[in-house]
Every structure is written in C-alpha cells, then in structure tokens.
Design a protein around this ligand. Structure first.
Ligand code: G
Ligand code: G
Ligand code: MN
Ligand code: NA
Length: 253
C-alpha cells in the first residue's frame, strides 16, 4: 500500500501508465474497443497495480488529478488509433469521487475538445454502487454527458444492489457482467442462468452486454449462444501497453 506523498510524487514524475485490454465483438470476433487500466511504473518497485493505490488516491482526493491524467491519456490514445480504426471505442473507469466531482462534465468536454476524439467512441464505467448512491444526481450527470455523445457502462454488474426499478431509470448503455459469474460458469448451472438472465434483462432494456473475465473457449461459446454482445478477458488479451494493444488491431486488418 502506497502513501499519499509517494502518489503525489508519482504524478509529478509522470510514473503512471495506461494498459489497454481488448474488448471483442462476439459475433465478428473482432476487437471493437479497449478498456484503459492504470498502472504505476515505480522506479524501484516495478509495476504497481491499481488495487494497491486507487483507494488511497480516492481517500486523499488525489484521484481527481490522477483521473484527469487517465482521461486525457486514454483520449489522446483513442484519437491516434481512430485515425486508422475509426470505429474503435475506449472505456475509462471512474471512481466514486471522480463521478461526484462537480467539474466532471466540464473535464470530459474539455478533454474531448482538446484531443479531438469522437465522443461517441468514449465510454465511462461506473459501478452499480456508485450509480445508486444518489440516483437523481447520477441520472442528470449521465444525461448531460449523453447529450454530447458519451456513453456509460455499469461495471461489475450483478455484485451490487441495483433493483430493477433503479436500473430502468439509469440512462446507461452497457452492462458489464462481473467476472465472478464467469469464473464458475462452466461448473455452476446457477451462474449460467444468472448470466442468461442478465443478458435477457439487458436486451429488454435496450442495453448492450459485455462479459468480463472470459478465459476459455467454453465460456466464449456459452456467451455466444446466450447472445451476449461483447467479451473481455485473458482469452483474448491481458491488459497490455499501447504498443502491444495496437498490434491486435493491425493483425486483424
Ligand atoms: O487492472 P486491474 O484489474 O488490476 O484493476 C483493478 C481495479 O482498478 C478495477 O476495479 C479497475 O476498475 C480499477 N481501475 C483500473 N484503472 C483505473 C482508473 O484509471 N481509474 C479508476 N478510478 N479505477 C481504475
Ligand atoms: O473492475 P474492473 O472491471 O474495472 O477491473 C477489470 C480488472 O479485471 C482488471 O484489473 C483486469 O486486469 C482484470 N481482468 C480482466 N480480464 C481478466 C480475466 O480474464 N481474468 C482475470 N483473472 N482477471 C481479468
Ligand atoms: Mn472496468
Ligand atoms: Na468490472
């Protein structure tokens, strides 16, 4: 676990990096987007993962400048990749404090303007828990960003407490089925039913569904048969540095 002053230094010294994990369209088996995932390239300790510093960043408020850096870096990368692959999407995670920040809408607008991305290719991920904390605020913030073309995904779906009543009111575009359901799906028929139910629910609410943590072809076949739209997981790629990520796009032409 890292300290506040170390995190501040990391920002000043530009030690954060983004890794990118491919998101596949299950019907075409092509990469249709990437999720940006932060890492800290520490000069002596090596690569540090977000679970070891995001909560401290959140508690200390440093998540605000770190989050600005993430959004700007991910959108700069998106702009570059979309020159050759115009439909490609970029998903960026938002923590609770970032989502509640009064300047979020302005930040996103500024970054879109500065980088020149197509806002339709930007997806912001929030968890159910964040979304439901103050539902009226959530709805109005998502609507404001939707108006300029940015879409939202509900991350870790199925692990929080969203009731159907809340879900139908949230103007999100995608549900991300939590990895925990995938982990045991091939042994546990209950998990299969849960996943199929989430997919049906999503379709009825006009939402896209993406499954996270896909590691085997069996899981992929099950998801395809269940008409899940997209998949993300080690089967396709781990989160990788930008040079490797682009090679996936180049390979598929
Ligand atoms: O990449 P990894 O699986 O180690 O990520 C662990 C957690 O850190 C995930 O819950 C992910 O959402 C979160 N995370 C990764 N990158 C970012 C980021 O840029 N911003 C925020 N707020 N959370 C992130
Ligand atoms: O909470 P969020 O969904 O943003 O976090 C995604 C995290 O899940 C990333 O840290 C990523 O490294 C991890 N991840 C992505 N795909 C897989 C997978 O197929 N298997 C495992 N074990 N972890 C994965
Ligand atoms: Mn995520
Ligand atoms: Na997730």
């Amino acid at each position: 676990i890292e300290t506040q002053s170390e995190l501040r230094k990391a920002l000043e010294r530009d030690e954060f990096v983004l890794y990118y994990q491919a998101q596949m369209d299950l019907s075409t088996k092509k990469v249709v987007g990437f999720e940006a995932l932060i890492r800290w390239q520490h000069p002596t300790k090596g690569l540090i993962y977000p679970n070891d510093f995001i909560s401290i960043a959140e508690e200390t408020g440093l998540i605000i400048p770190i989050g600005q850096w993430v959004l700007k870096t991910a959108c700069t990368q998106l702009k570059q990749w979309s020159e050759d692959y115009p439909g490609i999407n970029m998903a960026v995670n938002l923590s609770a404090r970032q989502f509640k920040d009064k300047d979020l809408v302005k930040l996103v607008c500024d970054v879109i303007h500065e980088t020149g991305i197509n806002p339709n290719n930007l997806e912001l991920e929030i968890t159910e828990t964040i979304a439901l904390d103050d539902i009226e605020y959530t709805i109005s913030t998502i609507k404001e960003l939707r108006m300029i073309g940015v879409s939202f995904s509900l991350d870790d779906f199925g692990t929080g407490y969203s009731s159907m009543n809340y879900l139908k009111r949230l103007p999100v575009s995608n549900l991300k089925i939590d990895k925990s359901f995938l982990d045991t799906v091939m042994e546990d028929s209950c998990d299969q039913k849960i996943i199929q139910t989430i997919i049906t629910l999503a379709r009825n609410l006009n939402l896209y569904v993406i499954a996270e943590g896909v590691e085997s072809f069996d899981q992929e076949s099950f998801l395809k048969e269940s008409q899940c739209n997209k998949a993300q997981g080690y089967l396709y790629s781990k989160p990788v540095p930008k040079e490797l990520a682009i090679s996936f796009l180049e390979k598929q032409g």
